[in-house]
Write a protein that binds this ligand. Structure first.
Ligand SMILES: Nc1ncnc2c1ncn2[C@@H]1O[C@H](COP(=O)(O)OP(=O)(O)OP(=O)(O)O)[C@@H](O)[C@H]1O
Ligand SMILES: [Mg+2]
Length: 242
């Protein structure tokens, strides 16, 4: 379980998080929505310990993240995949080598096992045929799939998805949402998904929270949120939004 409790964080002269509380239950996808610049990516960075809160609590499976030492943070990041916007692949490495990167960084895996693990996750996201291609020559959807494979290659218990469908057309987006739901259902990965998209939230989410002014202003199950009268639930999840 990921817990952020009453988290406050100032960056520069702005109070970005101001009493943020989010609980991500094991086995579920929690979707974080909210206007641009409201601290969604900042929230994800607290979960993997890149940023530390000024006050409040950040815990993963009961362990306090801000007080972890470097070794503990490395161990945490092994258990936590991070899907960056647009996949954030390294252009001069092949898809295979991009996906292999976390295994080469974090663990001593034998070459034969590394090959197997990389091909296994590439097959899972439907990218095994493109293992030898380089990022500049593949489409946005393929980059995102490769980014997802890289996030999954360490067999994490958690994946943080930062706008997994930004810049993708609706059909490719839907495939990505289905993949995120499949990752939850077949690999039992717990997800924290940041998105602006109603389709993403409803197709792969379990709970949805909307952040504004540095805190969650409305939260509930997908069904509750779709039917909520709250102005921001309507803005992000109502008919005609997306
Ligand atoms: N390291 C930093 N130093 C100073 N300000 C920062 C830092 N990181 C983020 N910010 C500021 O914090 C605010 C929230 O940033 P964040 O990236 O979390 O927004 P977001 O909700 O993810 O927005 P978007 O939907 O556009 O991605 C922004 O105003 C940003 O400029
Ligand atoms: Mg962001």
């Amino acid at each position: 379980m990921i817990e952020l409790l009453d988290v406050k964080k100032r960056l520069g002269d702005r109070q970005i998080l101001d009493g943020l509380t989010v609980e991500v239950q094991k086995g579920l996808n929690y979707v974080l929505m909210g206007p641009s610049g409201t601290g969604k990516s900042v929230t994800l960075k607290h979960v993997i310990g890149i940023l530390r809160p000024d006050s409040g609590t950040v815990r993963v499976d009961g362990k306090d993240v801000p007080s972890m030492n470097q070794d503990e943070l490395m161990a945490l990041r092994k258990r936590m995949g991070y899907l960056f916007q647009n996949g954030a692949l390294i252009n001069w490495l092949s898809v295979f080598d991009n996906v292999a990167l976390p295994l080469r960084e974090h663990s001593r895996v034998k070459k034969s096992e590394l090959d197997d693990r990389v091909h296994e996750v590439l097959a899972l996201v439907g990218m095994d045929h493109a293992a030898d291609q380089f990022p500049p020559s593949i489409s946005g959807g393929m980059k995102l799939r490769a980014g997802l494979a890289r996030a999954l290659v360490t067999r994490p218990e958690y994946v943080l998805y930062d706008e997994p469908n930004a810049g993708l057309d609706p059909i490719i987006s839907q495939q990505i949402h289905e993949l995120i739901a499949e990752v939850r259902d077949t690999l039992h990965v717990t997800g924290l998904v940041v998105t602006h998209s109603r389709a993403c939230a409803t197709q792969c989410g379990d709970r949805i929270g909307v952040i504004k002014g540095g805190r969650i202003v409305v939260e509930g199950t997908v069904d509750e949120m779709i039917h909520s009268d709250h102005e921001l639930a309507k803005a992000f999840l109502g008919e005609g939004s997306d």
